[in-house]
Write a protein that binds this ligand. Structure first.
Ligand code: PRP
Length: 179
C-alpha cells in the first residue's frame, strides 16, 4: 500500500467485479443498441477505459472536461465547460461515466445539457457515490460502490493531481492534506 494511504476503500479485485457487474447491466439494458460513452475528465478515465472493454454493443467515445466555479472543497452549483464533446449527441444513447458523485451538481448539469441537445437517452454511471454529500437530486443509473465521506484517492481520483495512478481507491492520510 502507498505510504500516504490510510486504508483501502475499493480493492483492485473489487474494482474488477464492479466493472464486470456494471458492464453486464449496461449490455442487458442497451440490448445491442449503439452507445456514446462520455468520459468526464480527468478522474473517470481509468474506470471508463476498463468499462468500455467489457461492453458488447457498437461504442463511440468522447470526452468532456468541466470545472465548478470557485471550487475549493465544496461545489457551488455552477459548472464551466472547459472542453466540450466533438460529437453531436442528438438522437444517441449517451452514457456519462464518472469516478465519483459528491454534491451531484456536475452530473445534474451535464445530464440537462445533453437532454437539451436532444440525446435519445442519457444515463449516468459512477464508480463511487457519496450519498451523504448530495445537494442536488440526480438519478444515477449505475453505481459501483457507495462510500462514506472520506478523502478518496486512486484509480483516477487525485489530491493536487497526484495518486491518480494507484490501482485501487484508498483513503488519503489526514497528515498529507493537513500539513
Ligand atoms: C470530481 C468528479 C466529478 C465531480 C463530482 O471532479 O470527477 O466530476 O468532482 O462533484 P459534484 O458531485 O460535487 O459535482 P473534479 O472536479 O475533482 O475533477 P477531476 O476529475 O479532473 O479530478
Amino acid at each position: 500500500m502507498h505510504k500516504d494511504v490510510e486504508s483501502i476503500l475499493v480493492s483492485e479485485k473489487e474494482i474488477e467485479e464492479i466493472v464486470l457487474r456494471i458492464a453486464g447491466e449496461i449490455n442487458k439494458n442497451l440490448n445491442g443498441e449503439p452507445l456514446l460513452v462520455v468520459v468526464i475528465l480527468k478522474g473517470s478515465t481509468p474506470f471508463a477505459m476498463d468499462l468500455i472493454k467489457k461492453l458488447d454493443m457498437p461504442v463511440e467515445i468522447d470526452f468532456m472536461q468541466v470545472s465548478s466555479y470557485g471550487k475549493t472543497t465544496e461545489s457551488n452549483g455552477f459548472i464551466n465547460v472547459k472542453r466540450d464533446l466533438e460529437q453531436d449527441v442528438t438522437g444517441k444513447n449517451v452514457l456519462i461515466v464518472e469516478d465519483i458523485i459528491d454534491s451531484g451538481n456536475t452530473l445534474y448539469k451535464i445530464k440537462a445539457l445533453f437532454q437539451d441537445r436532444k440525446a435519445k437517452t442519457v444515463q449516468i454511471c459512477t464508480l463511487l457515490d457519496k450519498p451523504s454529500r448530495r445537494v442536488v437530486d440526480v438519478n444515477v443509473d449505475y453505481v459501483g460502490k457507495e462510500i462514506p465521506d472520506e478523502f478518496a484517492i486512486g484509480y483516477g481520483l487525485d489530491y493536487c493531481e497526484h495518486y491518480r495512478n494507484l490501482p485501487y481507491v484508498g483513503v488519503l492520510k489526514r497528515s498529507v492534506y493537513e500539513k
